[in-house]
Design a binder for this molecule. Structure first.
Ligand SMILES: Cc1cc2nc3c(=O)[nH]c(=O)nc-3n(C[C@H](O)[C@H](O)[C@H](O)COP(=O)(O)OP(=O)(O)OC[C@H]3O[C@@H](n4cnc5c(N)ncnc54)[C@H](O)[C@@H]3O)c2cc1C
Length: 428
């Protein structure tokens, strides 16, 4: 397909959340003066999700975590309206209210949703929860305010662990059921995950490892009273949270001929989407959790991350490219970074530990529960994690960005005795 030569007059953004709003801001920042229309199937104006599993559940913030909007944004929001279909030849989007809208440029920013508990009837119980949006957080916060006797959280990823942490802060008894041998292992690798296992248990969570929930038992009012494990054991619980990861919101793109998979929408280095036959669609872009991009930093591997920082940065690049014209296109790349707050700890991760085979604590110590650890893959530094030690992170971030030999920065005065150890369990 040929690149559009005319400047866009109408830019449509589907997905009115972090990536969508960041793109709209960036369009105005670069002087775009045409129409911006944001279409979002949620009813609220764009809001921030990270506080939902942290401050909001602990009752520190209200569930209103609106993202700030610049006063001169001058964008049209069509909220509570979902996109149902896309015709890239006609430049047309079909909407859930029966209307259609045409675009000169389109940004796909439809993000992800929580993976539901697989049994639909069980998932519909009034005391079974998931957490992705504002309404979910309000619903779960109300459930927790009712002082359940035991909360069962299924899934040991970041969101499951953060919710478990909130439950303990609220004085609730909580069981965390994790299918693997360690919580957070896929994201952090075996050493940091084993450290977190100990932290989680010390904070009073009944952490069950290698534990798979098969089904729920309900009372006469269809409220869950217990979970039955694959091994036949029973865990009593009157509040259940399924924290099973996320699914990308791409169903509305079915039939549009785009390269869409479980990883989301495939884009080129300029954030332009590709067709199923890998041709560039020059006027359709994607950014945020829904997109996966070829990362030059990681040898052109296609990265799909669900990180706040990526959603903002990728949306900003997509926005600039939407108005740039072929000659002005800028490539997108981003060193993944992520943070989490749980069990009184501030955890930050830079880089991608996927495939790492070594780990070394380089500052602080696991015993003091303050440290920086670095990840090595085939002799190169590929990621770093800080636990309550973020002030040291920038130096290691630079080492990760440059993939310096592992371990990086040896011999600093304030450094720990560096003893690299084998690492397992980091998968994409
Ligand atoms: C509870 C929680 C805690 C988190 N904590 C952290 C954290 O600590 N650190 C971190 O880095 N990241 C965190 N994240 C991840 C971060 O919030 C996401 O990376 C970010 O929200 C991605 O933004 P996005 O705009 O790409 O997608 P989303 O925020 O998912 O927004 C997509 C929007 O598109 C809408 N939509 C979907 N389909 C359609 C359609 N067909 N038509 C119209 N609209 C549609 C959705 O309803 C949604 O409003 C957290 C996420 C959650 C849920």
């Amino acid at each position: 397909m040929t690149a559009p030569t005319e400047a866009p007059r109408q830019i449509v953004i589907v997905g009115a959340s972090l990536a969508g709003l960041s793109a709209a801001h960036a369009l105005r920042d670069v002087g775009y003066g045409g129409r911006i229309i944001l279409i979002g199937d949620e009813h609220e104006p764009p809001y921030d999700r990270p506080p939902l599993s942290k401050q909001v559940l602990r009752g520190l913030y209200s569930a209103d975590t609106s993202l700030p909007q610049r006063a001169d944004l001058d964008a049209t929001f069509r909220l509570g309206v979902g996109a149902l279909g896309l015709d890239t030849l006609a430049h047309r989007i079909y909407l859930s209210d029966g209307t259609q809208i045409v675009y000169d440029r389109l940004l796909i920013a439809t993000g992800t949703r929580a993976r539901p508990w697989p049994n639909g009837a069980e998932a519909a119980s009034s005391n079974v929860y998931t957490l992705r949006g504002h309404a979910d957080a309000e619903h779960l916060a109300r459930g927790l305010a009712g002082k359940p006797r035991r909360v069962l959280i299924i899934g040991g990823g970041f969101i499951g662990c953060e919710i478990a942490s909130c439950c303990r802060d609220l004085g609730l008894d909580v069981t965390l059921a994790v299918r693997g041998t360690l919580p957070l292992a896929h994201a952090l690798g075996s050493v940091t995950a084993a450290f977190m296992r100990d932290v989680i248990r010390d904070r009073g969570v009944d952490l069950r490892l290698e534990t798979e929930v098969a089904r729920f038992q309900a009372d006469a009012d269809s409220r869950v009273v217990a979970a039955i494990l694959r091994n036949g054991q029973r865990i009593e619980a009157d509040c259940v949270v399924a924290a099973l990861g996320a699914l990308r919101n791409t169903e509305w793109l079915a039939g549009a001929g785009l390269a869409v998979s479980l990883k989301g929408v495939r884009v080129d280095t300029h954030c332009r989407v590709l067709t199923a036959t890998r041709a560039v669609v020059p006027d359709v872009f994607a950014a945020g959790d829904v997109a996966h991009w070829p990362s030059a930093i990681y040898g052109n591997r296609h990265l799909a991350v669900e990180h706040w920082g990526n959603a903002v940065a990728q949306a900003q690049t997509a926005a600039r490219n939407m108005v740039a014209g072929e000659a002005g296109l800028i490539p997108y790349d981003h060193l993944p970074d992520f943070w989490s707050q749980q069990f009184g700890l501030n955890i930050k991760l830079v880089g991608l530990p996927t495939g790492a085979d070594q780990f070394a604590v380089v500052q602080g110590s696991l015993r003091d529960r303050r440290f920086i650890g670095v990840y090595g893959a085939q002799g190169r530094t590929v990621a770093a994690v800080s636990v309550d030690s973020a002030r040291w992170l920038p130096a290691y971030r630079a080492a990760v960005a440059e993939a310096t030999p592992f371990p990086p920065i040896v011999g600093a005065l304030d450094q720990a005795d560096i003893r690299p150890q084998p690492l397992a369990q980091v998968v994409s």
